[in-house]
Design a protein around this ligand. Structure first.
Ligand code: PMP
Length: 294
């Protein structure tokens, strides 16, 4: 495995200017680090241009607003910073990670006087969030013991760092048991999503996906909904019980990092994968789409 992300070379946009990658540091006594007082984005550029860049920037600002942060830059400045960074890094296809956090001026839980910082990093070696081999074979999932909380317990529409500990613990649980990822249920017991991606199920011409009423309505999820509707599938958003998921023929995850990744099993339920599956076809359609809308 290569060295840590902090040991790389290149540039990071931080608080308004480009600084050498290794110098993009923050102090250990930082509110954002201690209390997860932070929001972030995950974006992907294809052929040098970020897919749905403006949508990601809008979500970053909305996430910040939800947790009470006012970003000290305009959306346009962030848009420009992202594209400048990709050029400066000489990247074609890459992953882009903006992050906004409360700094060191205030170390209680109070947000009064907190200083706000913004940084953007990019890297080009996340070809997929899941490795290529696992993606082609399909992923194995196990149900997580951790649940997506109720909308009045955590800010589900914000891509806020705090709630990600639920995803981290679920992912750790799954990997320790030899699975690729975890299926997360919500506080009511309905099927919600993967640890960092939304979930879809297929039965004949019906494509079903849970209603995003307590988890992120992913930008990829919205793109895939349009895509499958345009292909003539019957798209159904509904609450799905874990006891219903053995009725489906196929399943897949969607997310900026995961793109479309077929699922081969959830617990002891198997799904169709491979060249002849609908999931495989959608994976290729998605690749074509993100590379053509540029
Ligand atoms: N759910 C979670 C928990 C995620 O982290 C992500 C990735 N941002 C998604 C869903 C999918 O969102 P998007 O398609 O916007 O990347």
């Amino acid at each position: 495995m290569a060295e840590g992300f902090d040991k790389r070379d290149g540039w990071i946009w931080m608080d308004g200017s480009f600084i050498p990658w290794k110098e993009a540091n923050t102090h250990i006594v930082t509110q954002g680090l201690h209390y997860a007082s932070a929001v972030f984005e995950g974006e992907r550029a294809y052929k040098g241009k970020i897919f749905k860049s403006k949508e990601h920037t809008k979500r970053l600002f909305r996430s910040a607003q939800i947790i009470g942060i006012k970003i000290p830059f305009s959306e346009e400045e962030i848009e420009n910073a992202k594209s400048e960074l990709i050029k400066k890094m000489n990247f074609n296809n890459c992953y882009v990670r903006p992050v906004v956090w409360r700094g060191s001026k205030q170390m209680g839980l109070s947000t009064n006087n907190a200083d706000i910082h913004v940084a953007i990093a990019a890297w080009d070696d996340w070809h997929s969030y899941f490795n290529e081999e696992d993606r082609l074979k399909g992923l194995s999932l196990i149900t997580s013991p951790w649940k997506r909380p109720a909308p009045d317990t955590a800010p589900f529409e914000a891509k806020a760092s705090g709630p990600y500990i639920i995803c981290t613990m679920s992912k750790q649980f799954a990997e320790e048991k030899g699975y690729n990822d975890a299926l997360m249920l919500d506080y009511r017991g309905y099927v919600a999503e993967g640890t960092g991606a939304n979930i879809f199920f297929i039965k004949n011409n019906d494509i079903c996906t849970p209603i995003p009423d307590c988890f992120l309505n992913g930008i990829t999820r919205q793109t895939v909904i349009e895509l499958v509707k345009n292909k003539g599938f019957n798209l159904i958003e509904k609450h799905i019980l874990p006891s219903e998921i053995d009725k489906f023929d196929e399943a897949f995850l969607t997310g900026t990092a995961a793109e479309i990744t077929p699922i081969k099993s959830i617990n002891n339920i198997s799904y169709n994968v491979g060249n002849n599956s609908i999931g495989y076809e959608l994976m290729n359609d998605f690749t074509e789409l993100v590379n053509s809308t540029l």
